[in-house]
Design a protein around this ligand. Structure first.
Ligand SMILES: [Fe+2]
Length: 340
């Protein structure tokens, strides 16, 4: 009766089974071992706790009543001491509303009413283990995502304090434009990440150049110009986000081919990349920097019209210029907190 559901191998899972009735315990062990699980049995709360404290389990299956007074749900409290914490399934012959409430309060993953078919019990065990694995992976991904979307941009800003808040504003501008240009949801998601991380390569630019108060020498300028390539390198492990890396790499290219690092021209840079180029410049103009005041909207509009077909994709530049003329800075208004 091996459980051979696709992608799930019971042999990789150790299960603790707890029941004070020896015959029932034996029967449950037989079913789970028959399905391929590695099993340990305990016939009292005390033995169950000893087992939990001595080795890791991926699942605990326990009867609700262990003797007269011990409730199996309390095993869940002890299971919470384990890292990673195994889910607990409670078996009961007398399901009651209070019992279910008590089980939920004790973080029990599921309740199975006896008598139960072996196949149904195995299906429940497999589902609970898979759901627990999935929840754990999701929480790992979420915390990795927090590093990516919060820690890294702050790191860039600590390195280059003149651009405080720049990355998160550029995320909002790019996403507004991408939405208006009909960019697909998948590309918008990559673009938001590229916008957030576009200057990550500045980590590789020496502080004395990045924060130099006066104008840069041509040698220093060459060093600064390496930051898109360094960003591409920093993000090399993001193999599943090829577009993010590409648009980070291209964020200083120009429509007329006079940008860097590769002097790409026109549609050599895909639309999301061209949007990032423009949004990045818009923020630099619209915000005050140590070396210049914030530009008024009319001056930005003038520059975008003048640079349409030079620095910027002409359609995009006119779209933004028209929008700014009509609505001012509200053209880019967006609830930036909701973007990640
Ligand atoms: Fe940059």
């Amino acid at each position: 009766m091996e459980d051979s559901s696709f992608g799930f191998d019971p042999r990789r899972h150790r299960v603790l089974i707890v029941d004070d009735e020896v015959d029932v315990l034996r029967g449950l062990c037989h079913v789970l071992e028959g399905a391929g699980y590695s099993v340990r049995c305990a016939n009292s709360l005390r033995h169950a706790v000893e087992a939990i404290r001595s080795e890791p389990f991926q699942l605990v299956l326990t009867d609700l009543y262990l003797g007269e007074t011990d409730l199996g749900v309390h095993i869940a409290d002890f299971a919470r001491e384990q890292r990673p914490q195994p889910p607990v399934i409670v078996l009961t012959g007398r399901p009651t509303f209070n019992g279910a409430q008590e089980a939920l309060r004790n973080h029990v993953a599921d309740i199975v009413v006896k008598p139960v078919e072996a196949s149904q019990l195995l299906a429940t065990c497999r589902r609970v283990i898979q759901e627990t694995d999935l929840a754990r992976r999701n929480s790992e991904l979420e915390s990795a995502n927090r590093v990516l979307t919060s820690v890294l941009p702050r790191t860039i800003e600590m390195k280059d304090p003149t651009t405080s808040g720049h990355a998160s504003r550029v995320v909002g501008y790019t996403d507004t434009l991408a939405e208006r240009c009909g960019v697909s949801e998948e590309d918008r998601s990559s673009l938001r990440l590229a916008a957030l991380l576009h200057d990550i390569g500045k980590i590789g630019v020496p502080d004395q150049i990045l924060t130099k108060p006066g104008p840069l020498t041509s040698d220093e300028m060459e060093v600064v110009k390496r930051h898109p390539a360094m960003g591409y390198e920093v993000l090399s492990e993001l193999t599943e986000h090829a577009n993010v890396r590409t648009w980070v790499y291209q964020h200083h290219e120009r429509w007329d081919g006079l940008g860097y690092p590769n002097r790409l021209k026109g549609e050599d840079v895909a639309l999301p990349g061209r949007i990032l180029v423009l949004a990045e410049v818009y923020d630099a103009l619209a915000e005050q920097r140590s070396y210049k005041p914030a530009w008024p909207v009319a001056k930005i509009v003038e520059l975008f019209r003048e640079q349409a077909g030079r620095q910027f994709d002409p359609d995009l530049a006119h779209l933004v210029a028209n929008g700014l003329e009509e609505r001012g800075k509200r053209f880019f208004a967006k609830d930036q907190d909701s973007l990640f």
